[in-house]
Design a protein around this ligand. Structure first.
Ligand SMILES: [Mn+2]
Length: 389
């Protein structure tokens, strides 16, 4: 199996992507024991590798019904204000196991391939010099157990690049009903590799034309921020560029921006439905407009990027940059569902859930509940989608 060893060195068993030595280790192991129904680190590892192999094998087999690929990216190095989204992949899984045992992400149709192994001081490989890259690669991949296809210095070491590498191993074009990746962040920078791989796989190969549906309080449309190319505030700009800035990015829930709607729609050639417009027109009318827009632009497949702060902070305040006057979970879910019913979902991410940031009574459970609703809808859309070919 081509990249199995590479992958097993770059990823960790589910809930284990945050590197811990002492503090946090107990919690991590307790969760993994439940996820993998195993008692020892060795058995946990074995069970995880079994899932990884099954996911890789899935691609070799005859086309079958669409299945899910779940990847956690526990990195919040790309965030801006308050942090804590690095704990979301572990805490969300833990919440689902406790409260939603029938959740599709826990079911037999989902390959949970674990977490990106995160070096918490790193974000993107393009920010590193050769010396740093080499030093980290040596630690991560230098052991004798790894026989890499690439040479050591070619291997990704930062979370965004590992995410890109990992998802790229699951994008064989010949497959008729492919695995649908669902990425749990992490801050919103992780949407960049997740969307980029979906774009390479479906659009660059000529198989589909993507529409990008993006829920957020913020536009994330800076071309760079403080000189940083890829972070929480820039990923949508880069994604829009990938699409050719031809109108196929639709942002919903915007309400915290230094510029007004007209500025963004004009300069980036996209559609922004600010939160107040959703309140005025209702989710159904907004969804219908998005569907008609995508149809007119020749869209044939959908990617959804859901920043939990697009949702009103009354329903999701455990996030790095919460904002009031936002969308209700019902509105987000209805728009996602309706657009996802019309266009097959080929990839999605849920980002910016930050469990340690509990600013209100009932948190972070309320935010986790909201997140679980979104993940359920995304998973069901992906599982039920029509073949694209
Ligand atoms: Mn965002």
């Amino acid at each position: 199996m081509s990249h199995r060893k590479d992958l097993s060195a770059m990823l960790r068993p589910a809930g284990g992507g945050v590197y811990v030595v002492s503090t946090g280790l107990k919690e991590q192991q307790a969760l993994q024991k439940v996820i993998y129904q195993a008692d020892t680190a060795e058995d946990i590892n074995k069970a995880w590798l079994g899932t990884l192999d099954s996911a890789l094998q899935h691609q070799q087999d005859e086309p079958k019904t669409s299945q899910l690929l779940l990847l956690g990216v526990p990195s919040d190095t790309g965030a801006g204000f308050t942090r804590g989204a690095n704990l979301a992949p572990a805490v969300i899984r833990s919440y689902l196991l406790q409260h939603e045992p029938d959740h599709p992400l826990l079911g037999q149709h989902c390959y949970d391939i674990g977490d990106v192994r995160v070096v918490p001081q790193l974000l993107s490989d393009d920010m590193l010099n050769q010396e740093q890259k080499q030093a980290t690669a040596q630690v991560l991949y230098g052991q004798e157990s790894v026989t890499m296809q690439a040479t050591l210095q070619d291997l990704p070491v930062a979370p965004l690049d590992i995410c890109d590498f990992a998802l790229s191993q699951f994008k064989q074009e010949e497959q008729k009903s492919a695995l649908t990746p669902i990425v749990i962040g992490g801050d919103h920078s992780v949407a960049w590799p997740a969307f980029k791989v979906a774009h390479e796989r479906w659009e660059q190969s000529g198989k589909a034309r993507l529409g990008l549906l993006h829920f957020d309080a913020h536009t994330d449309l800076l071309s760079e921020r403080l000189g940083i190319k890829y972070c929480f505030a820039t990923w949508a700009w880069h994604a829009n560029q990938l699409l050719g800035a031809d109108g196929r990015l639709v942002q919903v829930g915007i309400r915290a921006s230094g510029r007004d709607q007209e500025h963004w729609e004009k300069t980036c050639n996209l559609r922004q439905v600010w939160a107040n417009e959703v309140q005025e027109r209702g989710a159904l009318a907004v969804a219908q407009e998005i569907i008609e827009r995508f149809e007119a632009l020749g869209v044939t497949a959908l990617y959804v990027s859901n920043d939990i702060d697009g949702t009103d902070s009354a329903f999701a305040s455990a996030t790095g940059t919460p904002e009031p006057n936002g969308l209700t979970p019902e509105q987000v879910d209805e728009i996602t569902y309706l657009v996802g019913q019309r266009f097959p979902l080929v990839g999605a991410d849920l980002v910016e859930v930050a469990p340690p940031l509990s600013r209100a009574e009932g948190e972070p459970e309320r935010t986790l509940k909201t997140a679980s609703i979104y993940l359920r809808t995304l998973a069901n859309l992906a599982l039920n989608r029509q073949a694209i070919f």
